[in-house]
Design a protein. Structure first.
Lengths: 341, 341
DNA sequence: TTGAAAGCGTTACCAC
DNA sequence: GTGGTAACGCTTTCAA
């Protein structure tokens, strides 16, 4: 039995397709008895409207697209969760995709998604903003997520990476650390670059802390582990600041294997405050980004855009410094540390 | 300027819409010169086919749906990643949704998704399998993910939770532990129930290990933390086996706060082998589930179903026992432990 | 190799 | 309140 159409329902309920459509779409102008008859037919036929046909007629898809640079780790999982919270609240669907960090591929995905969504949330922290050309003439409302560059045309939600990194570094300096090493994020990644800048800016403040050492990473745990080993081999620093929590986790492992105590021998800090960070041993000092919140807000912004609101704001979130045991003397800090959204 | 349609392209390229369609869909029967003309028109008009119209005509959406019970933590993030790997490889889109763990809501989501996807991967580890009635007469091919019950009609990918939990518990027993406590997953969750059964079965093997203590959790970190505290308060056990890694992480934190050494005072084991588990201190002994792999394979199974393959297999993955420092004497085990996919 | 036209399943406008 | 009927944009016969 082929899947039921609106005509089958109309036939079963003894009404016209127009009436069925109205009944389904909660139009006011349907007699209660008629509506009941229709709805019961819908039920017994197990009828589900063909979304393609509907979107053809209404020019809406009731779907928002999400394009992410990656899918590894809790950062993206939290982001997706936040966005999903929003789509669910508004009865929308969520089409997910990611670009492997390749701007050209991102552009292609953007094109491919364009006809399937009403709006999209795009995160593409790459210097080459060429990909945005894939969504010209505002075919689909776009909200950018910490996508660097002067993306003037689109509402943008970004993180003040510089401020966050600056704060972390200052915190380390205040803790008396002078030889502070940095594990950088992927090259060409704007957020990573900003965090590096923040680190450097903080060091530049103090003439007695002009030691600077940067190990390249890629935001993944493994790269943090490798970077940690290289840093240790080059001479154990006083502190290590990893450009994100995932790398800090990897680095922590490297330090542990080297028999170094954290924070006793080396202080360690990360960035993002992903959920597991508070559960590490020692709990990780980090710059807390309200990840899920940002996702949710970005989605709400999409909705506003769909509603015709032309406000193109650029909201900038300043991460909160969350000091945990990985940079403080006391190893037993416990749960009473910074809050996350 | 309204978004370009196939007619605009046809006009621009001086051909019929039929020809444009053929050119775009890589039909063989189009003269090279014609195709080029069309493609260039497509490019200059920035034309993207209306997916709704297309799916109306072809009866395909080129999209697969994924319905998950939750979105928290690395387990689901890995699962999504694996599935995404598959959709991407096959040029399909991925529609994501989750049901807050409510079977009734899951049924609703299933209905809502039905017309928007060609197939779906559904994970609903709840006893009430009522939700599956939402996808009757095979309207959409379904692949089940560790959804308990005798879901005979659908291909199913499951984890041998009983065997995994049994293996973990035996490992603890072999380590000399006798008072082994268990932190259970959500009630009504079939996977959680199986893990509990496995734990009990292993204990039943040994007459000298009839101590049994179960603390209720919900698979979340926080619940693991709370459960850990309760267990400690009730008298520190020799070992604690948490029904998943997330709860083990929370529990680890509780043990740490209580000043207990792991594995010195209490051995600790989890289940799943999410990526961070190896980076904990101590690295966590766990039952390794090839999460991303399962996701990927489930997706491939969807593809096979679409291709008409009627093979309804029920693949069952037996988790591999991965022994790390959280249950062994040596705290410095390092990276040379079990592999994950 | 190309074009004309008949659907595909809805919605929305216009009569009644 | 309800029904008839053009769209909506694409694919796919069927002819030419």
């Amino acid at each position: 039995m082929r899947t039921a159409t609106i005509r089958d329902v109309a036939r079963a309920a003894n009404v016209s397709v127009a009436t069925v459509s109205r009944a389904i779409n909660k139009s006011e102008t349907v007699a209660t008895t008629t509506r009941d008859r229709v709805l019961s037919a819908v039920g017994s036929l197990d009828y589900v409207p063909h979304s393609g046909a509907r979107s053809l007629a209404t020019r809406r898809t009731d779907t928002v697209g999400v394009l992410l640079p990656d899918l590894h780790g809790e950062f993206f999982s939290e982001l997706i969760r936040g966005i999903d919270l929003g789509t669910r609240a508004h009865g929308l669907h969520l089409l997910l995709s990611h670009s492997h960090g390749d701007p050209a591929e991102a552009a292609a995905m953007l094109r491919a998604m364009r006809s399937r969504v009403d709006a999209m949330v795009v995160m593409s922290p790459y210097a080459d903003a060429e990909m945005l050309s894939a969504a010209p003439n505002g075919a689909v409302p776009l909200v950018l997520l910490s996508s660097g560059g002067e993306a003037g045309a689109y509402p943008t939600f970004s993180i003040d990476n510089h401020a966050g990194a600056f704060a972390i570094t200052c915190h380390l300096l205040q803790g008396g650390h002078r030889r502070i090493a940095f594990i950088a994020g992927p090259e060409n990644n704007i957020e990573a670059a900003e965090r590096l800048r923040g680190y450097r800016a903080a060091l530049a403040q103090r003439s007695d802390a002009m030691f600077e050492q940067v190990a390249q990473g890629d935001f993944g745990e493994a790269s943090g582990f490798d970077a940690g080993r290289r840093l240790i081999a080059a001479g154990v620093p006083d502190a290590i600041f990893a450009a994100n929590d995932m790398m800090a986790i990897g680095c922590l492992q490297a330090l542990r294997e080297a028999g170094l105590d954290v924070p006793g021998d080396v202080a360690l800090a990360g960035f993002d405050d992903i959920p597991v960070s508070r559960f590490l041993d020692p709990p990780l000092t980090t710059a807390a980004v309200p990840i899920a919140d940002i996702g949710r807000q970005a989605l709400e912004c999409c909705i506003a855009l769909l509603g015709g609101s032309a406000s193109v704001d650029h909201r900038n979130f300043t991460p909160a410094l969350v000091v945990r045991a990985s940079t403080s003397g006391t190893r037993e800090e416990g749960k009473k540390d910074g809050q996350r959204s």
